[in-house]
Write a protein that binds this ligand. Sequence first.
Ligand code: GTP
Ligand code: MG
Length: 208
Amino acid sequence: MNSFKVAVLGDVGVGKSSILLRFIANKFSPYHNSTVGAAYYVKEFHINGDSNKLYIWDTAGQEKYRSLVPMYYKNGNAIIIVYDLINYASYERAKIWFNEVIKYHDNSNANGYPIVYLVGNKLDLIMNDQKLRKVSSDVLMEFAKVNNLSIFEVSAKTGQNVTELFSVINGKLRELYQTNRLKNKNTTSSVIDIMTVKSSDKKGFCCY
Ligand code: GTP
Ligand code: MG
């Protein structure tokens, strides 16, 4: 059994928790229960008789919690940076997070980068009206190409592309693990480190 750590970052209200609620419990809530501190989920993947665990950290988008977020992206094997497809400011915030993540990994002794996914959420809102889209596909593709990161568009509301996103991430992490190219290869012990910090912090989290 391998364990991988995933951190989910992004501005307040972009739908980080909703994406995870859809992925873990196949549910959606129209209400915004802003995350306090961080939340934590575990999901097991079975592939060809083999299993993996994803330890997923859902960070809080509110500004007052920003100083906590590095604790999660520093240890992540995969980082998902979410923005809202109809909110340009949230895309700008996503780029700031991306630059911060890269800067940290450039300046640290970490052996390699985590894999980073830039995820546009609320796809359902633009399906019938592309004019609502605030970031053009060309701009996105250029940003992804220049920065060597993968892009995805999902809807937590309808579930579109949500499982696919995590399947792709899981597959990529397995591949990196099997070819010895995974950052923080000793994933299990680091997971425990983070969990210990979290539970003693008492910042509030929930588990599935
Ligand atoms: P913080 O925890 O405050 O950082 O926010 P968050 O990023 O976790 O956002 P959350 O998942 O709480 O969702 C914010 C609001 O957006 C809620 O009212 C959700 O119902 C709504 N929402 C989330 N995902 C979608 C989506 O795919 N489509 C639509 N239409 N609304 C969504
Ligand atoms: Mg949340």
